[in-house]
Design a protein around this ligand. Structure first.
Ligand code: MTE
Ligand code: CO
Length: 417
């Protein structure tokens, strides 16, 4: 265990070693108006307690918002926007910043009018009100949700300039919900049942086939995220949580679960959400999200502005197969690797935060991160992924991302194989 002395020592060593010639702060000066002057906020009373009954971020954080890509948004009701990963810290995504993906817009549902039906191969078809659902035992679990199409625009080459756009179809929140197995047990699943099909109450009536084994294992019927009710965008009042599996299966505005003995082969698991290979064959039922990571800062929307010297690299890693065991960081496009520091809680099938601190000499960098999960899966290079899957797919691109840091500190999306 580190004694306080040792901690102080190692911190001093880090600062002097890492900072090199440049200090990490300026020496205090008597003529600095930011220290000696009167600011507006010293002279006037601030807002009272009820100025914002539901609090919002500081106006100086106004650029921390979800953004879309205009050429991907022919119509906002069937589109996507992206989480501003480059501005976030830790592992939890604030509710108002979770990326949105809708096939038919946001359904606005009165929870008093909402019902969940379980039918098909069950002993007793049942209908639950929201109140009924909240009488079952609940669990709190932190999980990431990643759209299968996340990073999909990067299959053929570096395209979108910012991790918000290349990797921002992921969010990670704490869900409160009822294990789906309790509801299925209540209905009594017949012995020949093998699949379930959740259905959304929105105009797209989203449906996906999910193996019963997964449904009984760790799926939740969730009504809260990060301590408050689901946001309308995320499926208020009810969504299914399918830990580690592609986002499309996490049906929002959940109104029905059919139990069956074979998959339904609906649109979203035949013409969509299958992975086209070279030669026209497609992989399907590729549910698990593979091990992946990305450096969120520095990145194209978060350049280095402080000049050379001590620099913090921050990033996210995740795997649909478990936790993250290790993240390596390269400053030179994958020639040399160093082990990054994972900090914060390590939840199964959740985002993990990693850091790597180094002394930047001001010369160009090719930043990469490579994650290894608890099952031993290693994030592949783009070339390695393409060798197996070609370039026709949009889904399940978990390859290593490269950011080119120029000598001025600007950052761009590039590819080094
Ligand atoms: N569920 C319904 N009912 N309708 C939808 O359009 N989109 C799916 C899934 N569930 C969708 C849905 C897709 S493709 C993804 S990636 C996730 O929801 C997105 O979840 P989010 O909007 O909470 O980020
Ligand atoms: Co999706």
């Amino acid at each position: 265990m580190a004694s306080p002395d040792k901690t102080a020592l190692s911190r001093r060593a880090l600062l002097s070693g890492a900072a090199g010639s440049a200090a990490l702060a300026t020496v205090a000066r008597a003529d600095d108006p930011a220290i000696t002057g009167m600011q507006e906020w010293n002279q006037y009373l601030g807002d009272g307690v009820d100025a914002a009954p539901y609090g919002v971020p500081s106006e100086f954080e106004a650029d921390v918002v979800r953004r879309d890509v205009p050429w991907l948004t022919a119509d906002p009701v069937s589109s996507v926007n992206f989480t501003p990963l480059h501005k976030l810290e830790g592992i939890i995504t604030p509710n108002g910043l979770c990326f949105e993906r809708h096939h038919a817009g946001v359904a606005l549902i009165d929870p008093a009018e909402h019902r969940l039906m379980i039918n098909g191969l069950v002993d007793r078809p049942l209908v639950f009100t929201m109140e009924d659902i909240k009488r079952f035992p609940r669990e709190n679990k932190v999980y990431f949700l990643e759209c299968a199409a996340n990073t999909g625009m990067e299959w053929r080459g570096a395209q979108l300039n910012g991790c918000q756009f290349t990797h921002g179809m992921v969010h990670c929140v704490m869900y409160t919900g009822v294990p789906l197995r309790y509801l299925l047990e209540e209905a009594g699943v017949k012995t020949n049942a093998k699949w379930i099909m959740p259905e959304g109450a929105d105009a797209s009536a989203m449906t996906r086939s999910i193996p019963l084994e997964k449904a009984l294992d760790d799926c939740l019927v969730a009504f809260a995220m990060n301590g408050e009710a689901l946001r309308p965008e995320q499926g208020y009042p009810l969504r299914i949580v399918v830990p580690g599996w592609e986002g499309n299966m996490w049906v929002k505005w959940l109104r029905r679960i059919e139990v069956g003995d074979e998959p339904w082969h609906h649109r979203e698991e035949t013409s969509k959400y299958t992975d086209l290979l070279e030669g026209g064959k497609a992989r399907r039922f590729t549910w698990e999200m593979d091990v992946k990571s990305v450096i969120t800062s520095p990145s194209p929307q978060a350049p280095i502005t402080h000049g050379k010297g001590h620099t913090v690299i921050s990033g996210l890693a995740w795997s649909g197969r478990g936790t993250i065991d290790r993240v390596d960081v390269s400053l030179d496009g994958g020639r040399n690797w160093q082990t990054a520091r994972i900090d914060g809680p390590s939840h199964d099938k959740a985002l993990h935060r990693f850091y790597h601190e180094f002394d930047w000499d001001g010369s160009p960098l090719l930043l990469q991160s490579r994650a290894v999960d608890s099952e031993g899966w290693v994030q592949p290079t783009k070339d390695a992924l393409r060798a197996v899957r070609g370039t026709e797919s949009i889904y399940h691109n978990n390859s290593i991302q490269t950011w080119h840091v120029r000598d001025g500190g600007e950052v761009e999306n590039v590819e080094v194989g």
